[in-house]
Design a protein around this ligand. Structure first.
Ligand code: NAD
Ligand code: MG
Length: 397
């Protein structure tokens, strides 16, 4: 029986994780669930899976949750605040920590789990984009096991030779005959929309992803392809490679989740339904395999299987992220911050869809050469980039 902590249990990944765990009650039990402020959702989850702990970022929401749980006769202990999220990530009884908080807010609780040498299932890509070098050095120093949940990185991981899977952060992919990591992406809902329409794209249109059902922030990132850009940076750190080792390929059907190209001409791909419960089940059980509730892929129902290159004019955010990856850690930390604010402003109807790239481009120009090494540097730069983005956003709104 392995104890699982889910950081961000009320979100899309958190719910998918609970769905996989529910199919294996004899192998996993939930030690703790956490959320930002959605009391109702967390209450329902606590009543269903009876964790030892539940924590909320918001203290008022936490005290409401505690009252409701008590009334229902639950013995779940309720905690609150960022320190509580970190404590639960680092809890001595936790075997597996699912890092599924969205955005930079996930960094500290995820690092807390890494520092205790946990098996960390990483969905929260922004943590790695913000702090890649520091994050991976902590993984190595504390002997943590880092398993990718992002479907592309999980696919690449599955296509690596077994000895490389054991030591992805120390080895050179070229030493294993790998010539390229091929990140696939659907191209999002605006793959064929006329560019002249882009100024009028609404938040409702942007979050309506053709293949995946996800939280709002990542859905907008998928529409701009900033998501693929963040994943590019994520891959650079997860697989200890350089920007030149990674290519992005548009594959609108979202069946191939990414590929690894070898020097002998072989390309290995991982295929599956666009359902996050597959990578979640893979990482939960690794190196074993367990069943997930995902229906099997049916090749009889598949018609098209196509590939194209992402256009620069359609996806400027993707190319900004690739440029930031080449600049270094300061640039990616800042880009992550400006993007979070720009996406939030777009979702709040304050700026246009096309303004997201404007903010990110100006932010990147400003912060391209900034250098960071410690956690304090990273948090200070994150903060400075947010202020900078706010100034840009005020001019646009
Ligand atoms: P979501 O918005 O559906 O859920 C986010 C979760 O984080 C919720 O439980 C929320 O309560 C919690 N949260 C939000 N802000 C918080 C804060 N400030 N402090 C503490 N907790 C906070 O997001 P999601 O779609 O589940 O994505 C989660 C992460 O996984 C993101 O980093 C995303 O990029 C990554 N990811 C998601 C998918 C997907 O299919 N949804 C796929 C790949 C990667
Ligand atoms: Mg992904």
């Amino acid at each position: 029986m392995r104890n699982v902590v889910i950081l961000g249990s009320t979100g899309s990944i958190g719910i998918s994780t609970l769905s996989v765990l529910a199919a294996h009650p004899e192998d996993y039990q939930v030690l703790a669930l956490t959320a930002a402020s959605q009391t109702d959702k967390l209450l329902q989850q606590c009543l269903a899976v009876k964790p030892r702990y539940a924590a909320m970022l918001d203290s008022k929401a936490a005290s409401e949750l505690a009252t409701e749980l008590k009334l229902a006769g639950s013995r779940t202990e309720v905690l609150s605040g960022i320190d509580a999220l970190c404590q639960l990530g680092a809890h001595p009884d936790a075997d597996i920590v699912m890092a599924a908080i969205v955005g930079s807010a996930g960094l500290l609780p995820t690092l807390a789990a890494v520092e205790q040498g946990k098996t960390v299932l990483l969905a929260n890509k922004e943590a790695l984009v913000m702090s890649g070098e520091l994050f991976i050095s902590k993984v190595k120093r504390h002997g943590a096991t880092l398993l990718p949940i992002d479907s592309e990185h999980n696919a690449i991981f599955q296509c690596l030779p077994a000895p490389l899977q054991q030591h992805t952060h120390d080895q050179q992919i070229a030493d294993f005959g790998i010539s390229k990591l091929l990140l696939t992406g659907s191209g999002g809902p605006f793959l064929t929309t006329a560019l002249t329409e882009f100024d009028n794209i609404t938040p409702a249109q942007a979050v309506a992803h053709p293949n995946w059902s996800m939280g709002h922030k990542i859905s907008v990132d998928s529409a701009t392809m900033m998501n693929k850009g963040l994943e590019f940076i994520e891959a650079r750190w997860l697989f200890n490679c350089q920007a030149a080792d990674i290519d992005v390929v548009i594959h609108p059907q979202s069946i191939i989740h990414s590929m690894v190209q070898y020097t002998d001409g072989s390309v290995l791909a991982q295929l599956g339904q666009p359902d996050m419960r597959t990578p979640i089940a893979h990482a939960l059980a690794f190196p074993k395999r367990i069943a997930s509730p995902v229906p099997p892929l049916s090749f009889k129902q598949m018609r098209d299987f196509t590939f194209t290159e992402p256009e620069k004019a359609r996806y400027p955010n993707l190319y900004l992220a690739i440029a930031a990856c080449g600049c270094g850690q300061g640039a990616t930390t800042a880009l992550n911050a400006t993007n979070e604010l720009a996406v939030a402003a777009f979702l709040a109807h304050k700026i246009r869809f096309t303004d997201i790239a404007r903010v990110n481009e100006q932010g990147l120009e400003h912060f391209a050469d900034f250098r960071v090494s410690t956690l304090d540097d990273i948090l200070a730069l994150d903060n400075e980039a947010r202020h900078y983005a706010q100034t840009l956003l005020r001019k646009l709104t």
